[in-house]
Design a protein around this ligand. Structure first.
Ligand code: NAD
Ligand code: UPG
Length: 432
């Protein structure tokens, strides 16, 4: 099939590369000229393990192309995937759909033969109806079909998640589109992915419901971790004991700092905004949002306790600043809340992240970046393990930290508290 991915963010790029690897002809389009020029030279804008090799392979064999010409790319393609951003609006919780609707208007100018138009972007229920309205102002309904096909990949595991998804959700009652899309996804279905055909609105909601549920699961375990700290119980035991019940499942039960990333915070807000629009109150999700927003303050309170409220001039090292490991994405990372708050209290922050220095912190005088772990930790009073990179799992703290009175706050529980105790290191973790 000839596919066009509009938007080369995480979703457009990863799905474009993976679809081309499955044997389709793919054009990835973006309005960002610089991004497209870089992509043509094999320079990818995101850190995603395995993506560069797969991109270069498929670019060389001409199955994958990059373009800034939306009109031309649409007219050459059979299936058009809208993969642009749907961030939270500046005021309130609603998703900002301007990028999606702009693209829909552009698409409506270039349809001369039948096209399937897919929203892969995460969009609120009824967005597909709006897109259909926009396009039908210029094009006969016989010439297009608007389908919802949400994407469930995780950053850092994106290629595996795309290639071996648990399910492929196709929201359409159009038989022709359903048949074509089932065929497009048949290589993934033959590897075990379940094919779920629903109404367009149901598919739109499945995406938000899934993210909100996962965010709830994390928030649930994070709150239980707070209780564990008071009653001398280890949260890891609770996660294992609960997770072994197949009805619950062990994944997304790792306690840690506030969840972040480009999806959970914005999507939990957007689903509550949709519910408000339809006069429904999603109280569980609203309290998840609130609990997660409070979590960074709770983490800071722990830092203050560890340092006995003497924060001024303390050297605090952050190991990892991204919202999770195996990504360079800083969107809604809890470090963006914690680091400025600690500077305000007079701390000196030094950080190391395997994906390099971050623009977000350049504006602060008291934040420095070290380009290796040893340099980052050597002068620390407190080391905060903020992100669970493998690189942080075997550090010889006793040898490499020159200040002998240092403490560690392991927000990801990657070390054994008992071993730290044996080594006489002041070690604090989550829910322990
Ligand atoms: N990031 C993820 O892991 C993930 C996973 C699943 C779903 N999603 C959803 O997918 C969507 C995209 O997310 P992302 O993180 O990939 O987005 P992003 O914001 O990082 O990238 C969007 C891209 O679209 C481009 N764009 C915007 N308007 C355009 C236009 N008119 N023509 C051409 N290009 C245009 C931008 O230049 C940008 O490169 C969002 O709705 C998100 O919620 C994201
Ligand atoms: O047990 C866990 C699992 C995750 N997290 C945190 O939750 C956030 C999100 O993590 P993850 O879900 O792995 O990353 P994303 O790449 O944001 O992926 C989510 O958001 C995507 C965009 O919608 C969806 O496609 C994915 O299915 C969904 O998992 C991060 O801050 C993690 O540290 C925890 O604290 N504990």
């Amino acid at each position: 099939m000839k596919l066009c991915m509009i938007g080369t963010g995480y979703v457009g790029l990863v799905s474009g590369v993976c679809f081309s690897d499955l044997g389709n002809d793919v054009i990835c389009v973006d309005k960002d000229l610089n991004k497209i020029e870089n992509l043509k030279n094999g320079i990818i804008p995101i850190y995603e393990p395995g993506l560069e090799e797969l991109l270069i392979k498929n670019y060389k064999n001409n199955r994958l192309r990059f373009s800034t010409n939306l009109k031309d790319s649409i007219s050459k393609s059979d299936i058009i995937f809208i993969c642009v951003g749907t961030p939270t609006k500046k005021n309130g919780n609603n998703a900002d759909l301007s990028q999606v609707y702009n693209v829909a208007k552009e698409i409506s100018k270039s349809i001369k033969r039948f096209k399937i138009i897919i929203t892969k972007s995460t969009v609120p229920v009824t967005t597909g109806d709006e897109i259909e309205k926009i396009i039908s102002k210029k094009v006969s309904k016989k010439l297009f079909s608007v389908v919802s096909n949400p994407e469930f990949l995780r950053e850092g595991d994106a290629i595996r998640d795309f290639t071996y998804p648990d399910r492929v959700v196709i929201g359409t009652h159009n038989k022709k589109s359903n048949k074509i899309l089932k065929n497009l996804y048949s290589p993934l279905i033959s590897k075990g992915a379940k094919y779920v055909n629903t109404s367009r609105r149901a598919a739109e909601l499945i995406k938000y419901a899934s993210n909100a549920f996962l965010a709830t699961k994390i928030t649930f375990i994070n709150e239980l971790a707070n209780l564990c700290e008071k009653i001398n119980v280890n949260i890891e035991d609770i996660s294992i004991g609960m997770g072994l019940d197949n009805r619950i499942g062990s994944r997304f039960l790792r306690a840690g700092p506030a969840y972040g990333g480009s999806c959970f915070p914005k999507d939990t807000k957007a689903i509550t905004a949709t519910a408000n629009k339809f006069k429904t109150n999603l109280t569980v999700i609203k309290s998840v949002i609130k609990s997660n927003e409070n979590r960074s303050s709770l983490m800071l309170k722990k830092v203050f306790e560890i340092l006995k409220n003497k924060i001024k001039n303390k050297n605090i090292c952050f190991l990892g600043v991204t919202f999770k490991a195996n990504t360079d994405d800083m969107r809604d990372s809890s470090s963006l809340t914690m680091i400025p708050a600690l500077i305000k209290k007079g701390a000196k922050i030094n950080y190391f992240d395997p994906t390099g220095e971050k623009l977000d912190f350049k504006k602060f005088n008291n934040v420095t970046f070290s380009n290796n772990i040893k340099d980052a930790i050597k002068k620390s009073d407190l080391i905060i393990i903020h992100t669970e990179w493998n690189d942080f799992k075997n550090i010889n703290f006793k040898k490499d930290v020159k200040n002998k009175k240092f403490s560690i706050f392991d927000m990801r529980n990657i070390y054994s508290a008992d071993k730290m105790k044996d080594n006489k290191i002041k070690y604090f973790s989550i829910g322990n």
